[in-house]
Design a protein around this ligand. Structure first.
Ligand code: ACO
Length: 428
């Protein structure tokens, strides 16, 4: 097979190299096309554009495959822990027992945040969306650790930034929730594991002894694993592109949090539960809402359905659907929105509109139901996603900076006015 592609523009041919991935994915390297021919390529929304070569996550949207560093998501969700998966994503291989305990120990001893950060938190009204609070608090770390801003930072400094952000994110997330509730914040408890500590900071009352339910902790850990990375999605690409200007890890992650917030990305999990609640309040007629979703004059979309890459099934959705059943059963929760979700899924899978467009439930369709059962309110769902996605963002930022990728700077096809002379306001 040739390792070149040929492109013809206005009768002239240009040869471009083909790039092959380890899973035999083929790409045309168009980086020399403009220099050769004066022509650029355009692909709004990057639907068919690879922005980088990456060794972190592999996914095959047609076959429904997702692997972190080569390990199938099903095995990791079943047998690993979130902290181990974080190590795997960030450093590239599974840790030995001592590497894992060292990593865990370092994260545990950096959970506390500077007391002045509480003053920033106090400045937010309780109406502030926790995602906005979270991204602000993460950016504020640049002020408390200014050495992280140095583009020539030594490796140890990068390592410290990685540990700090992993350790402090649950504290920020729980504090963003406390701010919304108008409650005093809880400080981290370093005797607890990652998820139990987070749950304690979220739910413990000063007057009560708090013990995390192991069912809740295990479910949360699994959800975080399932969200931990997803190759070059909107927020990961944002993290890489911000980082490519040599902005600090904290600034890049904060940008990723904002990119995740929108309802077409991580914000979908909040949107799904709100949609399911609306359907329930409206009488539970799923057919009516299916018709709305298909009506091109109606802006309503079935939230939690469809994916840019998965066109067969989302392997994470499969695992989450089962986890939702398990968690609700173990916790003895009977949530009517679960029945509505299952009804919608059943109908959509048989509906020609959804079948033709290859629209299947995505990771967010069932995650909100579990979060709700765990006592986490809808405005916090996307924060939970951010907590899970953090190791992926770190891994993407680290890979981009270690590979010394050039600053991300797309081109455009200009479609505005041609050159024209300025007319002073008095003559217009
Ligand atoms: N409900 C109804 N119709 C839909 C839906 C939906 N959820 N999703 C896509 N479609 C339709 C579109 O109207 C379009 O139809 P057309 O060809 O007749 O015009 C077709 O399917 C293709 O849709 P696009 O928007 O072009 O697909 P794209 O790949 O750009 O978008 C996206 C993917 C954003 C996820 C989309 O499916 C969507 O909006 N889903 C709902 C929001 C959601 O769940 N987002 C979470 C994604 S997962 C994640 O970020 C973790």
């Amino acid at each position: 097979m040739s390792d070149k592609a040929e492109i013809k523009v206005n009768g002239s041919s240009y040869e471009l190299p083909l790039v092959k991935g380890t899973e035999d994915e083929l790409a045309i390297d168009i980086s020399s096309l403009r220099a050769q021919s004066g022509v650029i390529t355009i692909d709004t929304g990057f639907k068919n554009t690879g922005s980088t070569k990456s060794a972190i996550t592999f996914l095959d949207g047609e076959k429904g495959i997702l692997r972190y560093r080569g390990y199938p998501i099903e095995q990791l969700a079943d047998q690993s822990t979130f902290i181990e998966v974080a190590y795997l994503l960030i450093y590239g291989s599974l840790p030995s027992a001592s590497e894992l305990s060292d990593f865990q120990q370092k994260i545990t001893t950096h959970t506390l945040v500077h007391e002045d950060i509480k003053k920033l938190l106090d400045g937010f009204p309780s109406t502030a969306h926790p995602m906005g609070v979270l991204s602000s608090l993460v950016t504020s770390l640049t002020a408390f650790y200014p050495q992280s801003l140095d583009p020539n930072r030594p490796e140890e400094e990068v390592e410290m930034s990685i540990i700090r952000i992993l350790a402090k994110m649950p504290t920020f997330a729980a504090w963003a929730f406390k701010n919304q509730m108008g409650h005093p914040v809880n400080y981290p408890d370093n005797s607890l594991d990652y998820c139990s500590n987070f749950l304690k900071m979220m739910f413990a009352l000063p007057t009560e002894k708090f013990e995390a339910d192991p069912v809740v902790t295990a479910a949360l850990d699994k959800l975080l694993i399932l969200h931990a990375d997803h190759e070059q999605n909107c927020s990961a690409s944002t993290v890489r592109i911000v980082g490519s200007s040599q902005a600090s890890l904290y600034a890049s992650i904060s940008a990723g949090i904002n990119a995740l917030w929108g309802p077409l990305h991580g914000g979908a999990n909040q949107a799904v539960i709100e949609m399911l609640e609306n359907i329930r309040k409206d009488g539970g007629d799923t057919k009516k809402w299916m018709a709305k979703a298909k009506d091109k004059n109606d802006p309503f979309r079935l939230m939690g359905f469809g994916h840019r890459v998965y066109k067969n099934f989302d392997p994470r959705a499969k695992i989450i659907k089962k986890a939702a059943d398990d968690v609700l059963e173990k916790l003895g929760v009977n949530d009517p929105v679960l029945d509505i979700a299952k009804g919608l899924e059943r109908e959509a899978l048989e509906d020609q509109y959804f079948v033709d467009r290859k629209l299947y439930p995505n990771v967010d369709f069932y995650s909100g139901i579990i979060y709700k059962a765990l006592g986490i309110p809808p405005e916090m769902f996307t924060v939970m996603f951010a907590l899970g996605r953090l190791p992926g963002w770190i891994a993407q930022w680290k890979e981009m900076s270690e590979n010394k990728e050039p600053i991300g700077r797309p081109r455009q096809v200009y479609v505005g006015a041609n050159s024209r002379d300025y007319v002073p306001v008095s003559k217009r």
